[in-house]
Design a protein around this ligand. Structure first.
Ligand code: HPA
Length: 318
């Protein structure tokens, strides 16, 4: 009996020692919290807020309108009364543009009293960014106050009537060949889960751009834009398919941005600059260099259209 009691006593002592040793090694609650914080990955909503705060630390400018300048159109920003300029790479969490002819600057500028956030270049899905990342800048600028967006891009034309140097004011789009930026958990603070896309393109802005084309003798058409992922250009067979689906122009951006903008209830205007006839439309195959060269010739007319559109928006906001 004595022996049994002493064995039990030894066991209890050992258990006590083990649990004490365990206690001292286990992290206290505070340590746990720190470790948790360290491994905490920033959510997308937090990333939006962090980008917003970093911009607010540089400027208190509150934009009304976002203007996204596509391939070869970035120079337009040089003509503006610039209030603040931030390089994309200086905003932690902001996707940086690696595409040719996309400068990668966020410019806050005034135009006739209108407050503009100008994106000198954008990021594309083909650069390896998710569609959520592609539309992150637009979402941040909306959170800063912008309720209107003017999108521009270089496109190939598959409509034989739309020639290089012409502009197309988009009246509808086909974005079924690229992922939607709205896939995943919905952020109710940005918009509703399901988004109507019937009247995605603001009619007043379309009318303004079309009228500007007539008045200033610049060829501006109405048309349907189709977004592809790129970065390869299309095959002639793909272009024939897209044409048969009702598209007039094709490009590697804007479709997802339009969807994200409509999710947030923003007014959208989308202006395509035709930089080339789409694959198979002409005998000679086009190159990226030709696209960039053609876009330099479109810059002057583009400036006239954008100035006119901004003038009309400035008048309305008076
Ligand atoms: N296809 C896709 N993207 C483009 C084109 C094109 O022909 N031209 C300019 N961006």
């Amino acid at each position: 009996m004595k022996r049994i009691l002493s064995v039990i006593a030894v066991c209890i002592m050992a258990a006590l020692l083990i649990s004490l040793a365990g206690c001292s090694a286990a992290p206290v609650k505070e340590d746990l919290a720190t470790a948790d914080e360290q491994t905490h990955e920033q959510t997308y909503a937090e990333r939006l807020q962090s980008c917003k705060k970093q911009i607010e630390a540089v400027t208190d400018f509150k934009p009304d309108v976002v203007l996204v300048l596509g391939t070869g159109l970035g120079d337009f920003a040089d003509t503006l009364d610039v209030k603040a300029k931030i390089s994309y790479k200086d905003i932690d969490g902001w996707p940086n543009s690696t595409a040719p002819k996309h400068a990668g600057n966020l410019i806050f500028a005034e135009y006739n009293g209108l407050k503009l956030a100008v994106m000198q270049g954008r990021v594309h899905y083909y650069e390896g960014y998710s569609m959520q990342e592609v539309v992150l800048p637009l979402r941040v600028l909306h959170l800063l106050g912008a309720d209107t967006v003017i999108l521009t891009n270089a496109v190939g034309s598959m409509n034989p009537e739309f020639k290089v140097g012409d502009f197309v004011c988009v009246n509808d789009q086909i974005a079924s060949f690229v992922p939607s930026p709205l896939v995943g958990e919905n952020d109710e603070a940005l918009g509703e889960r399901f988004v109507g896309m019937t009247d995605a393109f603001d009619q007043d802005m379309q009318d303004t751009v079309l009228k500007l084309g007539q008045d200033k003798n610049i060829p501006v058409h109405s048309g349907v834009f189709l977004q592809v992922t790129g970065p390869q250009f299309e095959t002639p067979a793909e272009i024939r398919m897209y044409r048969s689906l009702g598209a007039d122009t094709v490009g590697m951006s804007t479709g997802a941005e339009v969807i994200a903008a409509r999710h947030m209830g923003m007014k959208v205007c989308d202006i395509n600059a035709v930089s080339n006839m789409a694959a198979g439309m002409e005998e000679e195959e086009f190159t990226q260099e030709q696209i960039e060269e053609n876009m330099t010739h479109s810059a002057a007319n583009f400036k006239v259209l954008i100035n006119g559109l901004l003038d009309s928006l400035a008048e309305q906001s008076d």
